[in-house]
Design a protein. Sequence first.
Length: 679
Amino acid sequence: MSERRILVTSALPYANGPIHIGHLVEYIQTDIWVRFQKLRGHRCIYLCADDTHGTAIMKSARQRGISERAFIAEIQSEHERDFHGFHIEFDNYGSTDSPHNRKLCDQIWQALQDKGLIVQRQVTEFLDATTGESLPDRFVTGSCPKCQAENQYGDNCDKCGASYTATDLINPISTVSDTPPVLGKQDHFFVEIEAMHAFLDAWTQDENHLQVEVANYLKGHFLHEPLRDWDVSRPAPYFGFPIPGTDEKHYWYVWFDAPIGYMASTQEWCDRTGEEFDTWWRDDQTEIHHFIGKDIQYFHCLFWPAMLKAANYSLPTRVHIHGFLTVGGEKMSKSKGTFVKASTYLKHLDPNYLRYYYASKLGPHVDDLDMNLDELINRVNADLVGKFVNLGSRTAKFVAECGLSSRYPDDGGLFEYAAQSGNEIAQAYEHGDYNRAMRLIMSLADRANPYVESAEPWKLKKDPDQLDRLQDVCTVALNLFRQLAIYLSPVLPELAEKVSNLLGDPLVDWQQSQSPLLGTPVARFQHMLKRVDDKDINLMIEESKEREDEDRSSEHSADSGEHLLAEPLADECTIDDFVNVDLRVARVLEAADVPEANKLLKLTLSLGGEEKRTVFAGIKQAYQPEVLVGQLVIMVANLKPRKMKFGVSEGMILAAGLGEKEVFMLTVHDGASPGQRIH
């Protein structure tokens, strides 16, 4: 088998929030494929980066009171930490806000201009009715103009996959102010992609590049008619790269510079390793594989190939497209605790569980992947613990002193059968049919375990005359165990490393599965994987619900500081608007910690007389409960009560500050009395 040179990417995670288990479908899927290729002896690099530009980043940084670059650096650190926690291993992880990316954007932009594909014209777009700011596509929601699905963003529909502009939405709403947006006019730059229609039609309909269902979708939804010009700019203010020659009045839209980030990350890797960039992006002998979700296939299968073609770079060999993650047949839900952040998962559960479960569900098509938590428990406990780990744990201890036999014993053809199965397993991995690969591997485990059960090594150990037989039985069992570990290593690299340490034989090559390991010592068996405990899953779900409650409490009490940072002054309001907010003096009668919450204190407030209110305030990191008792604070008294996991919050207290640890409650001099209104 000749060595292949393969460049692999996953979609760039947006630097505006944490990684969650839905994101991880793609990164685990890609990491498995990359590890498999490396195990087969191919030169394969896995590249990714944070997607860092856009109005959303600008607004989030402003809310935090920090610069955009400080904000994206903090998010990138969290992303890389979470990926590492799930054993996702990149050869380079960069940022789209890099000098390399800026240089490549300039180059590709010039290539598009040289081919006469760039035009500038005035467009009608949405502005927020309250601020007058231009609204990015993702800051407008409404009903899809094609299928009428509700709550869709202003660029594409996650129900039918249609792509459109925000002004096409039915009943649009600005997510900035929850009001209908107004129309305004701005100059934008466009790529006349229709000029490349014939090329794109031929490329997308080649079955080597895309799954059949994707090719059919693109043909039926876009390529059956002239392609619309692609809007690739946004007016200032915008966080991103300014378009050359526009005096920083126009910036490249995030979808222009984001895929170029694949190339910039490659350049960073080349600089570090001494490799030639053109070897990876301008050489027909290099395979380029993109792994993406179905919601962005339009950009990766039409715009991106057009950009590469125009700039004379290599085209993707294949774009591997997957569906969405659902939980129990529904979208992930914060209120149900199924919208789980990667960091929350890692507090409670082993990452190997999720890697194996996703592998057991992923196939070569664009189907959504549904997570059933009971099924996860059963598959991990039955397959990984009951069939795989158990095979090693109940035999290794018997040969810790004598090691493996120097010749391979007669096993009735078990090892040879598993070796021959390697080609079929490899083919399944290659085609992204991980579900089939896992079924084939576990069928081998189903053949191996009865051998141990019938040989009963625990009984042989008790008979001094059967020690040679015991060594032979354990040699067979541990070699079958090693075969399974090799076949599973793309999915479970941590377990493969533990098996390597047990047998003193690093598992680094697929071919190791074809011949037994003989005459070597066996280390003392160390714990490899515990069974999934549904209590841990319940704790994870409860913490995810708690985070949702805390997010809401921060909005409800306005005292977390995070929502107050460096906010611009609000639009003018009338005196009638202001008097609708009932601000009252309140005295803190009791203050108590909420042990199961990270931010909250429970306050009992007096509004004078017999009237008392309970308020949950996100000030735990700034105040000890005991110092609050007796203080006079300002309370919003006519806020609608909100039911939370910890109880009902019946108002909010006012505070200012720079963050969770720098929060300052607004207090009142002792001359005021509880219940008095603030004028």
